[in-house]
Design a protein around this ligand. Structure first.
Ligand code: MG
Length: 388
């Protein structure tokens, strides 16, 4: 039997994307006991046909990558990426020394050997190949006239790895130097290569949102005690005085009062910050931002929540849901709920449907009823992955 042609695997892990939450680039976030990147590296290392493994890493990120990958890093060539994905891939591919090359996103940790085999086989008859899936949802284009239906029958969702004859892909990069492409299929088509689509796999999805980590965790470690869902609660009160407006859940509401506090007194964000710190087991907002510290005078509370998100991420906690209750007679919260939801979702890197803003009065009873102050409660749910 003819021995199979060896290939170089190039893994793109140069991004700094933190949209998936956690405060650290997603390729280094823990997933079912190891960093996201390690899953792809191990997949290729275990394939005898993979003769070389190149990883495009963030600039000045070598120590970080070695730290995350441990001894696995010794089996890889680490290449500093460029300013764009295209530039990073070009640099990685230029280090490839095998006849075939497979370019893979580190954010797809659920790659299977079957997918790799289909691609390598397709290269026997084509210049390049990529896994693709049909589109199940109806597709429309949103434009000035509203929406226009798009025929989805010939549309495909393209995944990675994207596989090529190395010399042909290198020639494409040379021919288009400086140009940017969303992926190598687009680059190869722009250069006239002939491409095959292989059967994609729904499980080979790209980690984009925090909930994607939950989904991947369930697949990779369905019974793992290291994948935990935890909940934290937060409560905050600020006194109310005559003024020109209040900050609540990151939104400024013009009204004839303001909230008194050392920072901008955003009780909503303070409650969320405490809830997140609670879920991550990291104490409370006062420990991290002492009200006696002059540097937090008048501070934008978004900064407190962003800091909590970062240290929670370092502790392996990723928020997946946030529910807030604002308790006051005034100002009216209803008209601002949508803006608050969008703002909190943006700060926590959550899809908006994972954030809920509620409001209630206390029937004129108590300090909130008398309008002396405003209270906020929050519950934040996190998934904890422990890299142990
Ligand atoms: Mg407060």
């Amino acid at each position: 039997m003819e021995s199979p042609t060896p290939y170089t695997a190039c893994i793109v892990a140069a991004g700094r994307g933190t949209r998936a939450g956690g405060g650290v680039p997603k390729q280094f976030r823990p997933l079912a006991g190891k960093p996201v990147l390690a899953w792809s590296v191990e997949r290729f290392v275990s394939d005898p046909q993979c003769a070389q493994l190149v990883i495009a890493i963030p600039k000045d990120g070598e120590a970080d990558v070695r730290n995350h990958l441990g001894p696995l890093a010794d089996q890889c060539v680490l290449v500093e990426g460029g300013a764009t994905r295209t530039a990073s891939v070009a640099k990685a591919v230029s280090a490839a020394d095998q006849a075939l090359v497979l370019v893979h996103d580190a954010a797809r940790p659920l790659l299977t050997q079957t997918q790799i085999n289909l691609l390598v086989e397709a290269l026997e008859t084509h210049d390049g190949a990529a896994p693709a899936l049909p589109v199940a949802d109806a597709i429309v284009r949103e434009d000035d006239g509203g929406v226009t239906a798009v025929d989805r029958s010939d549309l495909r969702r393209v995944q990675t790895p994207q596989a090529f004859h190395t010399a042909k892909l290198k020639a494409c990069f040379e021919k288009t130097a400086g140009e940017d492409f969303p992926d190598e299929v687009s680059l190869a088509r722009a250069c006239g290569l002939n491409l095959a689509l292989t059967a994609g796999d729904e499980q080979n999805f790209k980690l984009t949102w925090p909930a994607d980590f939950e989904r991947a965790e369930r697949i990779l470690a369905p019974n793992s005690p290291t994948a935990l869902t935890v909940v934290g609660s937060g409560y905050d009160v600020h006194r109310m005085e005559a003024g020109d407006g209040v900050h609540l859940c990151g939104v400024f509401i013009e009204c004839p009062f303001h909230l008194v506090g050392h920072s901008d007194a955003d009780a909503g964000l303070h409650a969320i910050t405490d809830a997140l710190l609670g879920a991550a087991g990291l104490g409370d907002i006062g420990e991290h931002f002492p009200p006696t510290d002059e540097q937090w005078r008048g501070a934008d509370s978004v900064m407190f929540l962003e800091h909590a998100l970062k240290i929670a991420g370092e502790a392996g906690a990723t928020p997946v849901h946030c529910d807030v209750t604002l308790i006051c007679e005034r100002p009216k919260i209803g008209p601002h709920k949508a803006a608050m939801k969008a703002r909190v979702a943006d700060i926590l890197r959550l899809p908006p449907q994972r954030v809920n803003i509620k409001a209630t009065t206390t029937e004129k009873l108590g300090f909130t009823g008398r309008g002396e102050g405003l209270a906020a409660e929050a519950v934040v749910t996190c998934v904890i992955s422990e890299a142990s």
